[in-house]
Design a protein around this ligand. Sequence first.
Ligand SMILES: [Zn+2]
Ligand SMILES: [Zn+2]
Length: 213
Amino acid sequence: MKITQIQLEHEIFANCYLLVDEATNQAAIVDPGWYGDIIKDVLAKKNINLHYILLTHGHFDHVSGVYGLQKDTGAAVVIHNCDREHLLDPKKSLAEGNFPEPHQPVSADIIVEDGDIIMLGETEIKVMSTPGHTNGSVCYIVEKDRVIFSGDTLFCMTAGRTDFFDGSEEKMINSLKKLVALDGDYRVLPGHNRETTLERERTRNWYIRRMVK
Ligand SMILES: [Zn+2]
Ligand SMILES: [Zn+2]
């Protein structure tokens, strides 16, 4: 699978990733925080066949581009049940008051839970439920490529905030325990800031060192 990070229009938006299963040219986008010229250009230039919009959770900086992207491509919107209403409600997505143009409501097409598998062509994408930042936060794991899309759960050297209305520090600690307990090393592609590895975070992440062990 080929992974490309798409640098969106503004830094407030989350890290957005394009996944292409090379055998079939089927593609998915993780966390389109904005749907503007940059994503449109990438899709047009690469002649992308977009199948899924994979959401790590329902905050506006990850989902504000979903409406336009879904409308233009017909890709299926994938989110955990506990965050599906965030897509309909700018109060729940935190868009209202934080962002000048609250996103248009959009319905989820595929509701996922822990252990679900999404097939992108020949690539298996596994869903791991990792509540804490929001109740419906998930990580997407591609075993074949040893990569985790960790959303706002695990960051380089820290973890996501747990003080929003549906956040929970206790759940975050349990979710990080699940990630740390995975076998071996993985590339970790987080929702913000730079890429890291699971092994580096096991040993050096201050939140994990203080809270999890
Ligand atoms: Zn975020
Ligand atoms: Zn968030």
